[in-house]
Design a protein around this ligand. Structure first.
Ligand code: NAD
Ligand code: TYD
Length: 351
């Protein structure tokens, strides 16, 4: 094999799309998917490539330093693409420590293992850290996040991701370890766990359950189709300059309530329901504490420097996403049973 890459969090939403893209596109790379299989990790996401000769799954926990050191010495990776994280803002509000331990300490363990393995010979080596635009905090009505925007995280999730970004830059500066960081906007698409807005609402519309809109519904997010994020990660891993940060987004801002209306209309059409039927399910509930008002990415750097741009429009991406969830009822039932049901009843009780 020409190269070995460890992809952390490869059983999760974005990670599974990254693993699939790399396994299929680079048959001469050995892709090692390192994942602890938390509630968000699901090997059903990867059944189509699980038998590929260049793919290995390793169940390991990034918070366990000894386990990570063992995996690194066994597989001797040339590169790390790090996606494993606790990723849901609402969970970070109820259990911040889980985020600090996984996102900060887990990233530190990976950095330490990489430094120890590579010693001072970094030829052909790269640590790629996948982060979020939420580290920049909240925007007002105007402006966009640039790579130079000062960090101002507002939730335990975004603070823990900011901490991990700082660690990666600090290791790059101190030990001269080659790295890249990307900060991406909100993703949507197949295989997203139905605790995040779009898959949760698709599931609730299917089951004619209320659609819990936080606050006034006028919060704004910038949405990117997950396969376009995976393509961007491929581009930056191979062509991004060492030590650089690239923001990833599709200039695609939506107010939550406008997005929810479009989703309801799409679902009504696909489910042969009367126009307007699903919108009746919209229910305004108490706001998320510390809710960031607006995120919006300036993606000019990655576009101009590396030539990456999204491949689908939001309408196309949303259509494909709804089709995927409607065609994958078993996947949805499997993930909504068990732990998720418990989370749902505690998260939305009394709101
Ligand atoms: P996800 O929650 O769907 O998946 C996370 C994966 O990490 C799961 O497979 C889980 O099992 C694994 N994991 C969690 N803790 C672990 C541990 N201790 N050891 C090993 N594996 C562990 O997350 P996602 O939405 O796919 O996000 C992936 C990455 O992308 C995260 O770093 C997130 O911060 C970042 N990101 C996400 C978005 C988004 O909109 N979802 C946007 C920008 C950046
Ligand atoms: P989410 O998918 O949790 O992503 P993030 O908080 O990381 O941006 O939420 C997207 C937006 O949707 C955010 O403004 C919160 C809002 N939201 C609701 O109104 N109701 C919900 O049940 C959820 C999960 C989110």
């Amino acid at each position: 094999m020409a190269k070995t890459l460890i992809i952390t969090g490869g059983a999760g939403f974005i990670g599974s799309h990254v693993v699939r893209l790399f396994v299929n596109k680079y048959p001469d790379y050995h892709i090692v998917n390192l994942d602890a299989l938390t509630y968000a990790g699901n090997l059903e996401n990867l059944t189509d490539i699980e038998k590929a000769p260049n793919y290995t799954f390793v169940k390991a926990d990034i918070t366990n330093a000894a386990e990570i050191t063992d995996v690194f010495s066994k597989y001797n990776p040339d590169g790390i693409i790090h996606l494993a994280a606790e990723s849901h803002v609402d969970r970070s509000i109820t259990d911040p420590n889980a985020f600090i331990i996984t996102n900060v300490m887990g990233t530190a363990n990976l950095l330490n293992a990489a430094i120890a393995l590579w010693k001072n010979d970094f030829t052909g080596k790269r640590f790629y850290h996948v982060s979020t635009d939420e580290v920049y905090g909240s925007l007002g009505d105007t402006g966009l996040f640039l790579e130079t925007t000062p960090y101002d995280p507002q939730s335990p999730y975004s603070a823990s991701k900011a901490g991990s970004d700082h660690l990666v830059r600090a290791y790059g500066n101190t030990y001269k370890m080659p790295f890249v960081i990307t900060n991406c906007s909100n993703n949507y698409g197949p295989n997203q766990f139905p605790e995040k807005l779009i898959p949760l609402f698709i599931n609730n519309i299917c089951n004619k359950k209320p659609l819990p809109v936080y606050g006034d519904g006028k919060y704004t997010r910038d949405w990117l189709y997950v396969i376009d994020h995976a393509r961007a990660i491929d581009t930056v891993y191979h062509d991004g300059r060492n030590g650089e940060t690239y923001n990833i987004g599709g200039f695609n801002e939506w107010q939550n309530i406008e997005l929810i209306r479009l989703l309801c209309q799409t679902m009504d059409r696909k489910l042969n329901r009367a126009p307007g039927e699903s919108e009746q399910l919209i229910t305004y509930i108490r706001d998320r504490p510390g809710h960031d008002r607006r995120y919006a990415i300036d993606a000019n750097k990655i576009n101009k420097e590396l030539g990456w741009k999204p491949s689908v429009t939001f309408e196309e991406g949303l259509d494909k996403t709804v089709d995927w969830y409607l065609a994958n009822e078993k996947w949805l039932n499997d993930v909504t049973s068990g732990n998720y049901q418990h989370y749902y009843s505690s998260q939305y009780a009394n709101r």
